[in-house]
Write a new protein. Structure first.
Lengths: 293, 350
């Protein structure tokens, strides 16, 4: 990195000010409020609050509902990351083989990423709505009792599909770039060494994509943990019977619907710790460990 | 062990760009052929066509009597050494060497034995459990060679394997490749743009120019009897002086005495090392006055850059240091046997 020296002493502060202001208003302030409220308990009318120390944390970790939400989040995140990355990798390898119209396919495969989470959720909700969804109709006609409003597993499948669908584009872009970065002569050497098709992919291409895969694993986990609220809210609202209630959704539900601010704040502090840990993990390992020189 | 035969091989890109314009060549069993030529002459393309990394537009390539035009690279029984080594970065040296054998379902003890054998031959045993990034350029080059020899293929293909090494290491590896190729007696095709490499490695040289074979022959044949001005200037350093006949005669030079000038001579070629500075006026087959423009001392010898009366440049090679001063006029001479004559298309005249 090159050090740039501004001749003007004040201008640089003006230039970074918008970002600083945004970060302070939308991150530091709410985060400090969450920390503060996680140690408070409000009365039922929201008129007074009292300091209760760590008892909010104690409460959530002994609450079976919270542990259930944790389990739901893990299942949801693993499934979403696996589906999103697996599909993206498949599409990227396929796009790598396309000779004509490569740019066209790539451009169109990126579009879902530009769709807002809530809109993506609505899209999948309509397609699989048991009453009027086209795909729901097809599923039922083929003998599958499709009703995500009643069946928790089907609801989970639906939110995973919607969440993964939106993330595929992002993963696809990185995998395409990763595939292009593999020196052509390595693949030629592998071809001469008698490795073809699946064997070449798993012994040469996939290991060489490891840095990309690892990076995407962290990004997708963070995405599934934190960025999927809109999709869950639009598709299932956490139901049926909390089957799709993830940690983030529970923060919203407990805080803004049930107005249990202390518990909700404590939960968001836990989430904050998770995201900090994931980021630290990414910086430490993604940057260093999984690279080939 | 195999003979490689190319029959009127062509490569056409995009329907109209002809990269290889009909190459026919027979490479004998155990022979080391060097394809040489300027960049863009098609030498790498031709090698990659033999390897199966490029398709063959027309013609036939046969290895060991078997036409391999449509076979996969792996089925051609060849091994290739790439310019950038192309070692698998995520595998240890041992895994790199055994990968090709594993893919062919060679028994494990056979793999171990062959890997050890190759590693010993190339002196890379101590590095077997290291990753390529922990090796120096020369060591990586050895591993790349090892990956080729461990398979005991019918032919080795080398694609400018030494161009990423520094000058000293290059000379060392060159000798080693030659020694290895001799001891294994495996048919080899070696691509390079370095004429020094080409001269020292080749049993026979193939000079390519614009997708065509310009000349095939032993290094000495090409040096002594270049078939064209292209080959004449490509082989030898500093390259052969090419003088227009008109310039030579117009400058009052004496050209060819005994045999008489062959009809149709357009260009006269003389190698810098075949020119001597004639102290006296002793008769020579080819002699005349030149003016010294510059002197380059390169150690054991000096290159004298001079010009004829009409300004045509000429370079001569003199042993040791010379006391010639710039602007000095000297008389130079050469023997008839060392004079090459070419017609106006650049073809050699007998």
């Amino acid at each position: 990195m090159q050090n740039v020296v501004f001749p003007n002493k004040i201008l640089p502060y003006f230039l970074v000010a918008p970002q600083i202001v945004l970060t302070v208003i939308f991150f530091f302030w709410p985060a400090s409020q969450a920390l503060y409220q996680s140690a408070m308990r409000e009365d039922p009318f929201g008129l007074r609050s009292a300091f209760v120390g760590l008892s909010n944390f104690q409460a959530i970790f002994t609450d079976p509902n919270y542990l259930h939400a944790l389990q739901v989040t893990l299942v949801f995140s693993v499934a979403t990351a696996a589906v999103a990355m697996g599909t993206a990798l498949f599409l990227a390898t396929a796009a790598d083989l396309v000779v004509r119209g490569r740019g066209f396919y790539r451009t169109f495969l990126i579009i879902p990423y530009a769709v807002a989470p809530a809109v993506a959720g609505m899209l999948w909700l309509f397609m699989f709505n048991p009453a009027m969804g086209t795909f729901a109709y097809l599923l039922r006609r083929n003998g599958i009792l499709w009703d995500p409003l009643l069946d928790g597993n089907q609801a989970m499948t639906l939110v995973v599909a919607a969440a993964a669908w939106k993330q595929i584009s992002y993963n696809f872009l990185f995998f395409v770039a990763g595939l292009q970065a593999i020196p052509k002569s390595l693949l030629e050497a592998a071809a001469i060494d008698g490795a073809r098709g699946a064997r070449r992919f798993w012994t040469i291409v996939f290991p060489l994509l490891a840095p990309t895969t690892f990076f995407l694993l962290v990004v997708n986990t963070v995405y599934a943990f934190f960025d999927t609220f809109g999709i869950i809210h639009a598709v299932t609202g956490g139901g049926p019977a909390k089957a799709t209630e993830t940690l983030v959704y529970k923060v919203y539900n407990d805080g803004f619907v049930n107005l249990n601010l202390g518990s909700s704040a404590a939960q968001s502090v836990v989430l904050m710790i998770i995201v900090i840990a994931l980021t630290a993990f990414q910086f430490r390992f993604v940057e260093k460990k999984v690279h080939y020189g | 062990m195999a003979e490689i035969e190319l029959k009127d091989v062509r490569k056409v890109y995009g329907g109209n760009i002809e990269a290889i314009k009909g190459v026919s060549l027979t490479i004998a069993d155990g022979e080391m052929i060097v394809l040489v030529g300027p960049s863009g002459c098609g030498k790498s393309t031709l090698l990659r066509m033999i390897a199966g990394l490029e398709g063959i537009s027309s013609g036939d390539i046969a290895i060991g009597g078997r036409v391999i035009n449509t076979l996969e690279p792996a089925e051609r029984d060849i091994a290739m050494v790439f310019q950038n080594y192309a070692l698998y970065p995520h595998m240890t040296v041992r895994q790199n060497l055994s990968y090709g054998l594993k893919n062919r379902n060679t028994p494990k003890d056979e793999i171990d034995r062959r890997v050890l054998e190759a590693a010993t031959a190339l002196e890379i045993e101590p590095f077997l459990d290291r990753k390529p990034r922990q090796l120096s350029g020369g060591q990586r080059q050895r591993v790349a060679m090892g990956r080729a020899i461990v398979r005991k293929p019918a032919a080795f293909l080398f694609d400018e394997p030494l161009s990423n090494l520094d000058a000293k290491l290059r000379v060392q590896m060159r000798v080693e490749i030659r020694r290895l190729q001799r001891s294994l007696a495996t048919t080899s095709v070696y691509v390079t743009h370095d004429q020094m490499e080409a001269m020292t490695l080749a049993d026979r040289l193939v000079v390519l120019n614009g997708g065509r074979i310009e000349q095939v022959g032993t290094p000495i044949e090409l040096y002594e009897r270049p078939a064209s001005t292209f080959v004449a200037t490509f082989i030898g350093s500093p390259s052969m002086n090419l003088l227009k006949r008109k310039a030579v005669e117009g400058s009052g030079w004496v050209l060819a005495t005994s045999s008489g000038v062959a009809a149709g001579v357009d260009t006269v070629g003389i190698r810098p090392e075949d020119i001597v500075i004639a102290e006296d006026n002793s008769p020579a087959d080819f002699s005349g006055q030149v003016q010294v423009d510059a002197v380059e001392l390169v150690g054991a010898e000096s290159y004298v850059h001079a010009s004829l009366a009409d300004g045509s440049p000429i370079v001569l090679r003199v042993p040791g240091r010379t006391r010639l001063g710039i602007g000095e006029t000297i008389r130079i001479a050469a023997a008839q046997a060392n004079i090459h004559m070419f017609d106006e298309t650049g073809k050699r005249l007998p």
